[in-house]
Write a protein of this length. Structure first.
Length: 98
């Protein structure tokens, strides 16, 4: 498989969960429209609505690099950083089992 798979985890600053969710909705629409994006699923944890989990899948490394180069990626990261603990997310890279 040539796909690029990852998930991101982050926690909103106190009182900023709804702000982060709103940013993610708009960003998800933009990312999902990218030609190399296969999947972008953003979730709030059921038992901690200030914590988030985002699964992303891209066709390949080139598609992921194209994603990073988009203006909406830069704009999202700039708007997102002040509202989450630590200023960003923790990324975990994945490989398919089969």
């Amino acid at each position: 498989m040539t796909g690029k798979y990852l998930y991101a985890q982050f926690t909103a600053e106190e009182g900023k969960g709804d702000t982060v969710a709103g940013l993610l909705r708009g960003y998800g629409d933009d990312v999902s429209a990218e030609p190399g994006n296969v999947r972008f699923d953003a979730h709030r944890l059921a038992d901690d609505p200030d914590s988030f989990f985002v699964y992303e899948e891209y066709a390949d490394e080139a598609a992921f690099q194209a994603h990073l180069a988009t203006s909406h990626c830069a704009a999202f990261n700039e708007a997102f950083a002040p509202h989450v603990i630590g200023g960003g997310s923790t990324l975990t890279w994945l490989n398919p089992v089969s």
